[in-house]
Write a protein that binds this ligand. Sequence first.
Ligand SMILES: Cc1cc2nc3c(=O)[nH]c(=O)nc-3n(C[C@H](O)[C@H](O)[C@H](O)COP(=O)(O)O)c2cc1C
Length: 187
Amino acid sequence: MTVLLLGGSPSSPSTTWRLQQLVGERLAALGHRTGALQVRELPALALLRADVRDPAIADAVARVRDADAIVIGTPVYKASFSGVLKAFLDLLPQDGLADKLVLPLATGGSQSHMLALDYALRPVLASLAPRHILPSIFATSEQLPWDPELGLRPAPAIAVRIAAGVAQLHDDLQRITPAAHVLAVAA
Ligand SMILES: Cc1cc2nc3c(=O)[nH]c(=O)nc-3n(C[C@H](O)[C@H](O)[C@H](O)COP(=O)(O)O)c2cc1C
């Protein structure tokens, strides 16, 4: 199955993206095909102007369409999800997540806004008609220390949530028809 890591942090390096990459590596080890799309790498003017005819934007929208699952990640910004991620989600068709499983991830500076995923991002995702939105995973940047040699070293409580999220997404992916098959039949 095809899983797209959709990164919504404007920063590099990004704690959120590192978390997404860890989840992607685990899913790849379970046999899924993973791809990466960071909104920050899309052409800024086309994104701001919602120019869906821009080739890079059109390609990004197509990659979302062709994925079976989306691991969507965002830093908490001003008690919500990032503006660049919203700019990209605004470009998707109304049913842009149809038939897809979605695993939302967020990182924040503190626990104060840990519900941002659920009160801010989840309703936006739901409006795009996904098959299912899995329970969100939130971690503070402190719980996700980075070791230059060993990579991301999640705190034990977060490691448990990551393992559960990966296992649930893997299980759910076993039960669905690949997006590529659905698109071929529809053509
Ligand atoms: C502009 C800005 C706004 C932020 N607002 C919040 C916030 O409201 N609540 C919070 O917990 N953290 C906030 N943070 C901290 C980030 O969410 C946190 O550092 C996050 O892990 C950054 O992820 P990244 O490295 O993937 O960009 C903010 C950071 C920035 C730069």
